[in-house]
Design a protein around this ligand. Structure first.
Ligand SMILES: Nc1nc2c(ncn2[C@@H]2O[C@H](COP(=O)(O)OP(=O)(O)OP(=O)(O)O)[C@@H](O)[C@H]2O)c(=O)[nH]1
Ligand SMILES: [Mg+2]
Length: 317
C-alpha cells in the first residue's frame, strides 16, 4: 500500500480516543498526547457518556465528537469514515497506554513500512493490568489467527494502534463492541496490509476508574466475530476443516460395515453404514461450500483491488 508521504510532505496526524465514562482519566490522556504530538488533532468520541468525560476532554483541548450508537465498534467505524488526517492514532481514554510510545507507533507508518501498527502489551505489564483469563484468551485468538493467516500477531486486543488513512478507509467495520480489534486485524490481514507490532508498557486503570470489558459476554462476542470473519474471509479453511472433521468421524463409523462386507459379504451394522454415508456426503457438501465461497471471495478481492486502483488513478487526475 502507498506510503503516507506520497499524499503530503508533512503528514497530518489525528489522535482518536473512543470513550465511555472516562471522566477520571480523559483530561490527562488528552494533555499527554498534546504534549507528545503538539501539531496533532485530538478527537475524543463521547459515546453517550453520562459523566463529565466530554466536558473534561473539551477543557483539556480536544475536539469532542458525539457518537450516539453505543459501542466501541461504532466509534471506530465513524473514525474511519470521518477523520481526514493522513495518520490515525487510536488509543483508549483510560490512561493505561504510554503516550510516549506514540512516536515508535507512528514511525513505521511515516516511513511507509506499515499500514497498521499495534502497541503490544504482553511483555511489559503489571499484575493488575490484565484481569483473569484475558492473557490466555488473547494468546488463544492470536494462535488461531496466526495459523490461518500465516501472521505473527502477539496482542490482538490492543486498543493502541496507528493506521494510514487509506488503511482505515479500506476496512469496513461491522463490529459493534469490543470485537472491533479482532476485526481490525483480520480485515487488514485479508487485504494484505502490513501490520507491525512494537512493545509498549501497559499500565493499570487508576483507582475509581472502571473497565467496560465483561470477560464472558465480550469473550463470546470475540469468538463469534472470529467465526463470522473466517466464514467471510477464509471460507475454504473453515468449511474445509469442518468437512475434514466430519470425514474423519465418518471414517470411524465406516470401518465395522466395511470389515463385515469383506468378511461376511453383507452389512450387519446398518446404522453405522448409514451414519458413515451421511457423514461422507456432509463432508463433501462442506468442502464444496468452502470451494464455492472461496472462489467468490477471490473474485470480490480482485474487484476490490481494481476499484481501489481506479479510484487512485482518478484521484491523481
Ligand atoms: N466509544 C465507546 N468506547 C467505549 C465503550 N466501552 C468502552 N469504551 C472505551 O474503549 C476503551 C477500552 O475500554 P476498556 O473498558 O478500558 O477495555 P479494555 O482496555 O479492553 O479492558 P481493560 O484491560 O479491562 O481496561 C476505553 O477508552 C473505553 O472508554 C463504548 O461503549 N463506546
Ligand atoms: Mg482499558
Amino acid at each position: 500500500m502507498a506510503s503516507v508521504q506520497s499524499t503530503s510532505s508533512t503528514p497530518s496526524i489525528a489522535v482518536t480516543i473512543p470513550c465511555y465514562q472516562e471522566e477520571r482519566t480523559i483530561a490527562q490522556v488528552v494533555r499527554d498526547f498534546r504534549a507528545q504530538l503538539p501539531e496533532a488533532a485530538i478527537y475524543v468520541y463521547d459515546n453517550n457518556c453520562t459523566d463529565r468525560t466530554a466536558e473534561f476532554a473539551r477543557e483539556a483541548g480536544a475536539t469532542v465528537i458525539r457518537e450516539k450508537r453505543q459501542g466501541k465498534g461504532y466509534v471506530v467505524a465513524t473514525i474511519f469514515e470521518t477523520v481526514q488526517e493522513d495518520i490515525i492514532v487510536m488509543v483508549d481514554g483510560d490512561g493505561t497506554y504510554d503516550p510516549t510510545a506514540v512516536h515508535a507507533l507512528i514511525e513505521p507508518i511515516l516511513h511507509g513500512d506499515a499500514d497498521m501498527t499495534v502497541a503490544a502489551r504482553l511483555q511489559q505489564y503489571s499484575d493488575k493490568s490484565f484481569r483473569k483469563f484475558h492473557v490466555a484468551g488473547n494468546q488463544m485468538v492470536c494462535w488461531i489467527i496466526n495459523r490461518i493467516f500465516s501472521a505473527n500477531i502477539s496482542d490482538i486486543f490492543s486498543g493502541y494502534r496507528a493506521f494510514t488513512r487509506e488503511c482505515g478507509l479500506a476496512i469496513p467495520i461491522t463490529s459493534r463492541g469490543f470485537d472491533v480489534e479482532t476485526e481490525l486485524t483480520v480485515q487488514s490481514l485479508y487485504r494484505g496490509h502490513v501490520i507491525r507490532e512494537m512493545e509498549a508498557p501497559y499500565g493499570e486503570r487508576p483507582h475509581g476508574s472502571h473497565s467496560k470489558l465483561k470477560t464472558i459476554p465480550d469473550g463470546i462476542r470475540v469468538l463469534l466475530r472470529l467465526f463470522l470473519l473466517l466464514r467471510a474471509y477464509k471460507p475454504l479453511t473453515l468449511f474445509g476443516s469442518i468437512g475434514l472433521g466430519i470425514y474423519l468421524v465418518s471414517l470411524g463409523f465406516a470401518v465395522p460395515p466395511a470389515v463385515e462386507l469383506v468378511e461376511l459379504h453383507r452389512v450387519v451394522s446398518r446404522a453405522s453404514a448409514i451414519l458413515a454415508l451421511s457423514g461422507f456426503m456432509l463432508a463433501a457438501v462442506s468442502l464444496s461450500l468452502g470451494l464455492i465461497l472461496s472462489t467468490i471471495n477471490q473474485r470480490l478481492l480482485e474487484l476490490e483491488r481494481v476499484t481501489v486502483k481506479r479510484m487512485r488513478g482518478a484521484a491523481r487526475g
